[in-house]
Design a protein around this ligand. Structure first.
Ligand code: PXP
Length: 249
């Protein structure tokens, strides 16, 4: 499937851990979800180890590294603690995201331009360890230029504003946001960056983003895990995959 469309699906399993942690036990197990996702056609698994460990735990990351047969996209804040963990595990990809304790989810993109010097140094050991470094940013030329200058190989464009506008029925904003994603995907690609996208994507919003030819990977979590409650994880992923392929075709 992937070879035909050139578009990978990374399934984010954070919210399996959210449900588990609601009771403080071991069920439901994010590793079991990861295995089902692999079988359902996920090309990768994404997990965000937050500073406050509100969903994914250190033990989850240990387990994922051990059992996964598809690449792990390890999302993390650009802190010394997370760098140490990433260097111990050497995941296929490290995606740097902004993190605020009080936020409910990753609200904006990383301010690469503001922290260019620090981030340029920060990613060197990660790249030397063989991790693909991805930076989660808004569709903003300034941030893309900075990500390129610091030596990131991948950018992930934040689709949250586009998805929020769609959910609110604000078609004008939605279309403007989509146009921004289109232009910036193309611009980033022209610089030689690999382009990923994600955040807030649903069955209703995925296709216009999947249709952007420069986008090589979508990372989707919350909606898939939500749909899994109603239809099961395997069919929820299969339907997302089908919509992506249809948009690409
Ligand atoms: N990509 C990144 C960088 C993220 O931080 C998240 C949320 O953890 C996602 C993708 C997935 O977003 P969602 O869970 O809304 O699908």
């Amino acid at each position: 499937m992937t070879a035909e469309t050139g578009l990978r699906l990374g399934v984010n399993i954070d919210h399996v851990a959210t449900v588990r942690n609601a009771r403080g036990g071991a069920y439901p197990d994010p590793l079991r979800a990861a295995r089902i996702a692999e079988e359902a056609g996920a090309d990768g698994i994404t997990a965000h180890l937050r500073e406050d460990r509100r969903h994914i735990s250190d033990a989850d990351i240990d387990g994922l590294i051990e059992v996964l047969t598809v690449p792990l996209n390890f999302e993390m804040a650009a802190t010394a603690e997370m760098q140490k963990i990433a260097l111990r595990h050497k995941p296929h990809a490290v995606c740097l995201v902004p993190e605020k304790r009080e936020e409910r989810t990753t609200e904006g993109g990383l301010e690469v331009a503001r922290e260019e010097n620090r981030l340029a140094h920060y990613i060197v050991p990660l790249r030397e360890a063989g991790c693909r470094v991805s930076i989660f940013i808004a569709a903003d030329k300034r941030q893309i230029d900075a990500a390129h200058r610091i030596g990131a190989e991948v950018i992930e464009l934040h689709t949250g504003a586009y998805c929020d506008a769609h959910a609110e029925g604000d078609i004008t904003t939605r279309d403007r946001e989509l146009e921004g994603l289109r232009e910036m995907a193309s611009y980033a690609h022209s610089l030689g960056l690999e382009v990923h996208a994600g955040h807030g994507l649903t069955y209703d919003t995925v296709q216009p983003v999947a249709a952007l030819p420069e986008v090589r990977e979508l990372n989707i979590g919350h909606f898939i895990i939500g749909e899994a409650i109603f239809m099961g994880l395997q069919p929820a992923i299969a339907e997302m995959r089908r919509l992506m392929d249809e948009a690409r075709g």
